[in-house]
Design a protein around this ligand. Structure first.
Ligand code: ADP
Ligand code: MG
Length: 238
């Protein structure tokens, strides 16, 4: 069970306010998609949720507990980025088990967790390979596998598919939807791709210039955009 709440979250870099008082609720097991143009603050917001960046103002709550001062490793979250650097000298198994190794998890237990994640991601035949012997899609799956083995209660994906070609993106979308069903996890997913947002989301959050323009189901946003910006972004006729 994992819920996330943002209360009046603000982020300033120097004199520039890039996140301007965002309020948001993410429910348990919800698949929430953040959309918005480049530079609107999607990654900054995700990094604050992950604890990689501190909020200038406001509260972040997980399951009702304020976590602003909790370190990234202790928030029960796992983040997958667009640039998912794998360790080139380690095998797929080594890459997927690395965070557990750092945490002192015994070898047998690490192996069991990696095998479980590899099964979900269809990586079992590739566990002994090095990253350079993998395709782009397979590498991205390893990056997702690294997140799965940590048993996060909330997954954060920041444009994880944008380096993949169109056909692979479609396939990975289907896999992520399946993953969401199988893992019972709450997922927050950032994209600037409207089709991805419309097909994957339970709830879409439209961001523009550091503020939330509208929150709603894909159909609600499509049929009832609150303004021209949302209409333009979601592709509805208004
Ligand atoms: P998005 O992910 O939606 O493209 P970002 O969150 O990366 O947007 O960036 C939002 C704004 O914050 C941009 O104007 C960007 O230049 C600025 N920004 C992001 N990180 C920093 C930083 N570390 N220092 C100064 N400005 C930053
Ligand atoms: Mg970004």
């Amino acid at each position: 069970m994992a819920t996330l709440q943002l209360h009046n979250i603000t982020k300033r870099f120097g004199d520039t306010e890039v996140i301007k008082g965002i309020n948001l609720e993410v429910n348990d097991r919800e698949f929430v998609v953040f959309v918005g143009p480049s530079g609107c603050g999607k990654s900054t917001l995700m990094r604050m949720i992950a604890g990689l960046e501190s909020a200038t103002d406001g509260d972040i709550l997980i399951n009702g507990q304020r976590i602003n001062d909790v370190g990234p490793a202790d928030r029960g979250l796992a983040m997958v980025f667009q640039s998912y650097a794998l360790y080139p000298h380690m095998t797929v198994e080594g890459n997927m088990g690395f965070s557990m190794r750092l945490a002192g998890v015994p070898k047998e237990e690490r192996r069991a967790k990696v095998l479980e994640a590899a099964k979900i991601l269809q990586l079992e035949p590739l566990l002994d390979r090095k990253p350079k012997a993998l395709s782009g899609g397979q590498r991205q799956r390893v990056a997702i596998g690294r997140a799965i083995v940590r048993n996060p209660s909330i997954f954060l994906f920041d444009e994880p598919l944008s380096n993949l070609d169109a056909a692979l993106r479609v396939q990975m979308r289907i896999e992520l939807a399946r993953l969401h069903d199988e893992l019972d996890a709450t997922m927050i997913y950032v994209t600037h791709d409207q089709i991805e947002a419309m097909t994957m989301a339970d709830k879409i959050v439209v961001l523009h210039d550091g503020v939330v323009e509208q929150v709603g189901s894909p159909m609600a946003l499509y049929h009832h955009p609150c303004n021209r910006f949302v209409a333009g972004f979601i592709g509805s006729p208004k």
